[in-house]
Ligand binder design. Structure first.
Ligand code: BG6
Length: 515
């Protein structure tokens, strides 16, 4: 029976952390275990959680992939990857302990016999390690393998809990390429796993500062009264990267910046900034409010897209003084590619709180600096007293730095010391690093622990994903299907994107915030 100290699912809460359930011992089965994501993110994340003492000691990891190899070979490859990509330096004793719980399972993704063997192996692991029949299946393979994997898991009965344990699935992005494919994928996942056991990952939600948006808004009393169209002039969301396509052309050519970053990460951040206070912190209460934001986004007609969306592609240029090739000369990119590597948008949320507050978003590769931030620009002070001059004083701006240098700052006006009355903007600044004196965990660490604990708050729900695609599809359609698609503007690598993106704000008498 659930105690007062339990969460709504009856999982015991960890002492002192009121909104966190305890991760339960389980076997994590990774499909696509020899791939990039497993090497760069999943295994380093699991090792770091183990090193921080947060991983249930019985936990086992089974890597499922096509190539033949032994457990030992697999562990050796993972060690090399973890040494390279782990947040914390690898400690030999800790790695040895962790590696002992990692196993390799060779099978084709569409081979029924491979899943029968998997079921036997999982039972054996349950018996040996005490994982209680709990299984967390992680789909990190290529998206075209999701369907056969899910079908075979269901056929082998692995989608059902064994010995009173649970079976959950984590689905990696991209979750579809448009609304129709996302719906199809949702129904395939839905035939194997119920929604409450389905965890659609969006790693931006696992970032420390993204989670802090809710704390900033709903654990403080001073922001929420100002958080609407009476006080907010506009909001900007920027995700800038210096990196280019980095050998991912095979995927990126068919995706582009809008599908790759806006449909998921940026819209998720917008939901956190724009949502109403949930009734409680349960996964569905939070997601009920988030999805309303996407549903309230004004859908763009082809004409609106031409006026409110700017797309760009990087051309040859330089990043930090080093020459950088143009997108079309990158490996495996079509020399006349029309894929956007940059997109800037002007959006409107048509609800009571946000009506008439423009939301500007931009995302791009090969920009001069890497950084993701949300800035809330408040309306100007009334044009009296200190704000009488024609130039006027700067607006107050609250900046939520998602990365790097995670933190929050507030720009305000102050009197400069001296005998004259000179007013200058100053910053009140909070840095995670200095305030808490410890590094933030990687997004995947938090998300893996949450999935083990049965907490889906930071995962996208079916309706969120579909609503986001419905919004994005209208833009893609205007770009690619409608006649006279708007131009794809070039920008030199190392610049802040096409000039037309500046015009988008200049038209409204505004400018992008400098990162
Ligand atoms: C991924 C995108 O989802 O997010 C990449 O596919 C992008 O193109 C990456 O580079 C950015 O994530 P992060 O955590 O490095 O900011």
């Amino acid at each position: 029976m659930a105690k007062d100290s339990d969460d709504p699912q009856g999982n015991p809460l960890r002492e002192g952390i009121a909104t966190r359930s305890v991760p339960q011992a389980c076997t994590v089965v990774i499909f696509g275990a020899t791939g990039d994501l497993t090497h760069r993110k999943l295994i380093p994340a699991l090792y770091n959680i183990a090193a921080d003492g947060e991983l249930p000691p019985q936990l086992a990891v089974v890597g499922f992939a096509r190539r033949a190899k032994s457990d030992e070979e697999f562990r050796g490859e993972l060690e090399e990857a973890a040494r390279k990509h782990s947040r914390q330096t690898l400690r030999d004793d800790l790695w040895k302990g962790f590696a002992g719980s990692v196993f390799y399972h060779q099978s084709e993704f569409a081979d029924a016999e491979g899943y029968t063997r998997l079921a036997q192996r999982l039972e054996q692991i349950d018996a040996e390690r005490g994982t209680g029949g709990n299984r967390l299946f992680y789909l990190a393979a290529a998206p075209d393998q999701f369907e056969p994997i899910l079908q075979h898991l269901a056929a082998a009965g692995l989608n059902k809990s064994a010995q009173g344990g649970w079976a959950r699935v984590i689905v990696e992005k991209p979750f579809g390429t448009d609304l129709a494919s996302a719906r199809k994928l949702n129904s395939i996942v839905g035939t194997a796993f119920p929604e409450h056991d389905t965890y659609r990952i969006d790693h931006f939600l696992g970032k420390e500062t993204a989670q802090n948006i809710l704390v900033l808004r709903f654990a403080n009393a001073i922001f929420e009264p100002l958080w609407d169209n009476r006080y907010v002039d506009h909001v900007q969301i920027t995700a800038a990267e210096t990196l280019g396509v980095e050998g991912r052309a095979g995927y990126y050519e068919g995706a582009g910046a809008l599908r790759d970053m806006v449909q998921n990460h940026l819209l998720q951040l917008l939901c956190l900034v724009g949502m109403e206070a949930p009734t409680d912190l349960g996964a569905d209460s939070v997601r009920d409010e988030k999805v309303k934001v996407v549903r309230s986004l004004r859908r763009l007609s082809a004409k609106d897209v031409a006026v409110n969306v700017v797309r760009g592609q990087y051309a040859e240029g330089a990043i930090s003084g080093k020459p950088a090739p143009g997108y079309r000369s990158e490996k495996n990119v079509n020399p006349s590619s029309q894929t956007e590597t940059y997109v800037a948008l002007r959006l409107q949320i048509d609800n009571w709180r946000w009506a008439d507050v423009p939301i500007y978003m931009r995302v791009g590769k090969r920009l001069p600096k890497s950084g993701t931030e949300i800035s809330v620009h408040f309306k100007k002070a009334p044009p009296v007293l200190f704000n009488k001059e024609s130039q006027g004083l700067d607006q107050n701006v609250l900046v939520i730095r998602i990365q790097p240098d995670e933190g929050i700052s507030l720009r305000m006006q102050a009197k400069m010391p001296g005998t004259s009355f000179r007013i200058e903007p100053v910053k009140m600044d909070f840095h995670y690093g200095t305030s808490f004196g410890k590094a933030s965990p990687e997004a995947y660490e938090r998300l893996l622990l949450d999935a083990m604990a049965g907490d889906a708050t930071l995962f996208a729900r079916r309706d969120e994903v579909e609503q986001a695609w419905a919004f994005i599809d209208a833009i893609e359609e205007a770009w690619h299907v409608a006649e006279r698609a708007p131009k794809l503007f070039e920008y030199p690598a190392g610049s802040w994107g096409p000039d037309e993106a500046d015009d988008l704000l200049a038209r409204d008498g505004r400018t992008w915030r400098r990162l």
